[in-house]
Design a protein around this ligand. Structure first.
Ligand code: 5GP
Length: 210
């Protein structure tokens, strides 16, 4: 890549407060926020073309066959994928691109584009994640059980990201995230304490507090 545009991959188990952190962090930044395609049913809070492109399984599989996705994955029985064209166009034009995707997709992108930066947001504990999902009240108990067990698996994979932060207190998480972005842009070591290898004990503690 000839320009300095960065592809930023963000993953976090659902119910982690990721949406709030990202909208704060990117509010005043000139980035392209990729809108994924999904086969999941819209929730009340979803807005077509804003939160996702909601498409059928048939349409999704057609796009896979056409090579229309930069990455895609099956998660909790639904497909999710990043449209390739818009992300590539923005990077080529020098704009940073943000992907909010789960772990399988994150690793696919990281492999294809090693210059990308991957960031994982941890919940304070699995117990807290369960509490937040119940409080949000957008899913049935059965779906919550599925998402919590999926989250534990994802947290184990946090170790393979470039950076890991914890969303214990929102203001801290926002500050930490911004530090990582500026460090990546300036190519310095200001955010090294959030490198995954330095967050190992914290990741293990979150898993222990299941
Ligand atoms: P939700 O159903 O809660 O909106 O999303 C479920 C999971 O799918 C979240 O972890 C979210 O980040 C992830 N996700 C959303 N869009 C994509 C995508 O385009 N690709 C992949 N691999 N995961 C996605």
């Amino acid at each position: 890549m000839m320009n300095n545009a960065k592809l930023i991959i963000v993953s976090a188990p659902s119910g982690c407060g990721k949406g709030t952190i990202l909208s704060e962090v990117f509010k005043n930044r000139d980035v392209f926020y990729s809108i994924s395609c999904t086969t999941r049913k819209p929730r009340d809070i979803d807005i077509e073309e804003v939160t996702y492109h909601f498409i059928s399984k048939e349409e999704f599989e057609k796009l896979i066959a056409e090579g229309g996705f930069l990455e895609y994955a099956k998660y909790a029985d639904n497909y999710y994928g990043t449209p390739r064209a818009a992300a590539e166009k923005n990077l080529a034009e020098g704009k940073d691109v943000v992907l909010e995707i789960e772990t399988q997709g994150a690793f696919q992108v990281k492999e294809k584009m090693p210059d990308s930066v991957s960031i994982f947001i941890l919940p304070p504990s699995i117990k807290e994640l369960d509490r937040r999902l119940h409080k949000r009240d957008t899913e049935t108990d059965e779906v919550i059980v599925k998402r919590v067990s999926q989250a534990a698996g994802e947290i184990e994979r946090a170790q393979r990201y470039d950076y890991v932060i914890m969303n214990d207190h929102l203001e801290d998480a926002i500050r930490d995230f911004e530090l990582i972005l500026s460090s990546v842009k300036n190519n310095d070591n200001q955010a090294d304490k959030f490198k995954a290898e330095n967050m190992k004990e914290i990741i293990e503690e979150v898993l222990r507090n299941a």
